[in-house]
Design a protein around this ligand. Sequence first.
Ligand SMILES: C[S@@+](CC[C@H](N)C(=O)[O-])C[C@H]1O[C@@H](n2cnc3c(N)ncnc32)[C@H](O)[C@@H]1O
Length: 278
Amino acid sequence: MSGRSARGAGRARPVTDPGRSAGSGTGAESGPGYPGGMPEPRTFRDEPVSFVRRSGRMSEAQERAFDELAPHYVLDVPRHVAWTSVHPDARLDPAAEYQRVAPLIVEVGSGQGHAIVAAASSRPADDFLAVEVFRAGLARTMLDADRAGARNLRLIEANAPEVLSSYLPERAASEVWIFFPDPWHKKRHTKRRLVRPGFGGTVGSAIRDGGLLRLATDWEDYALQMREVLDAEPEFERAFEGEWAERFDGRVMTAFERKGIAKGRDIRDLTYRRVARG
Ligand SMILES: C[S@@+](CC[C@H](N)C(=O)[O-])C[C@H]1O[C@@H](n2cnc3c(N)ncnc32)[C@H](O)[C@@H]1O
């Protein structure tokens, strides 16, 4: 099961629906604002998801991006319990999708797509996949990618752990990037962080032996958590010396980094290598 289409595109729909009704017991809440009336997820494998879909209407240009550009850029994945879910039986076939065999770089939480569009357009020999749940961000990514002529990029509107753990074939990715993930900095929310114990297994299945996991954050407390979690995961080993990794020079400055710097926060990079499978 894999494919591409602009399914669900073209209507002026809310990006999210803040007034949703009660949960269904599947870890999802009904969300009339979602394409196909699919529900909003609350949990995945009984753990809270790391995002809340932001409210707001898509602009005309963003709607047009979904109408006109999604057929090329957005992967049409079979859903499961919610619009952002991926059916556990669905698998990407990268060679068929990108029409070649090339290193695949996956960015989780690509936001407006600044980093991945810059990378895709400057590295035509590699293939790129942006994973994001924020529809307006996906629209912006498509518009910029189209303007830059980046044809080696695909987008998927889905919950990243589901993409990493089952939609991507084992070893499909050369690198996975996670830049400025939502920090969920309040104590009662830290359990929603993407990088939490067990994440090594989730992301590790998608990365080839020797491949890299690159992370960056401006939240010291989250940086410490990332390092503690990944140091302990058997799938990964440090690919840096000293306390933190050097700034990854393939990472362009985004609004999130700029904001962190303006607030006087240190930006922390981390790089881990996927250890060879036994
Ligand atoms: C703080 S923003 C950073 C965006 C971008 N990396 C940057 O540096 O500009 C984090 C992004 O991760 C996305 N996100 C959070 N959890 C996600 C998940 N489980 N699956 C896919 N995207 C997710 C959010 O929608 C948001 O756009």
